[in-house]
Design a protein around this ligand. Sequence first.
Ligand code: NAD
Length: 256
Amino acid sequence: MDRVVWVTGAGSGIGRATAVAFAKMGARVALTGRRTEALADTAAMIGDAAIVVAADLSDPAEITRAHAAVVASLGPVEVLVNNAGSNTRHRHWHELAPEAMATMMDVNLRAPFLCSMAVLPAMRERKTGTLIHIASVSAVTMFPASGPAYGASKAGVSMMSAHLNAEEGIHGIRSICINPGEVATEILDRRPKPPSAEDRALMLHADDIAAAAVFAASLPGRATVADMTILATDNQIWRPFARGIAQTAVQANAKG
Ligand code: NAD
């Protein structure tokens, strides 16, 4: 897969795993995020096929600058991975600050819009392109732990992706919205009550989401995986419920 892939939020978690996975498939990858050191660590895992383009994606001018730097170094972006995202610890209605809400909208929703708008003209010209968005299960169903601003921003990403497919498919451009359930990454440290090590051990890994992104991008250009929801098989949301059923079944069997 000798393509130019631009990954945002590439300094950790799903973004790092996705950049490494695409590079393993032969892609040249541009790594964007705020933390130069973390991005350099990702680049070191990849080698010559990676470049670092640091940028704060909450600033539209930074996005324009970063996109220009990626194109100048690697050529037109063929696969964009809109992965950067954030949440705030004080995320519930009684504590949510307007500034924190606005930052989430800027990073989780406006930045994917602006990055998509940056890469689309060259994709249209070349009649091919793949946009991948790491939204969330919060985009598909209300997930209380995410809080309202995060959930609303991710639902917006999902609809943005649907509109990309509706308008850009005729130009050979496809949009893939990946909706992970809980993935054991740094973002969970910012929950008001971070999950235990035991809960994290049963969650998805960043590599699982990276593999899904590579799979979707590897299909022939005529095929679009419009939405992909990926959950932990032993999911903490319904685990207590399922364990209750299993216990009842054991008791019923014991009684004969
Ligand atoms: P993470 O915190 O490791 O990664 C998020 C990355 O985005 C970080 O590298 C961070 O520096 C970067 N980022 C944040 N704000 C930025 C900004 N203003 N400019 C540039 N970069 C910025 O967590 P992750 O789980 O790997 O998150 C990746 C994506 O997956 C996010 O969009 C997140 O919402 C989404 N997601 C995560 C989970 C989960 O349970 N971990 C579930 C569903 C969706």
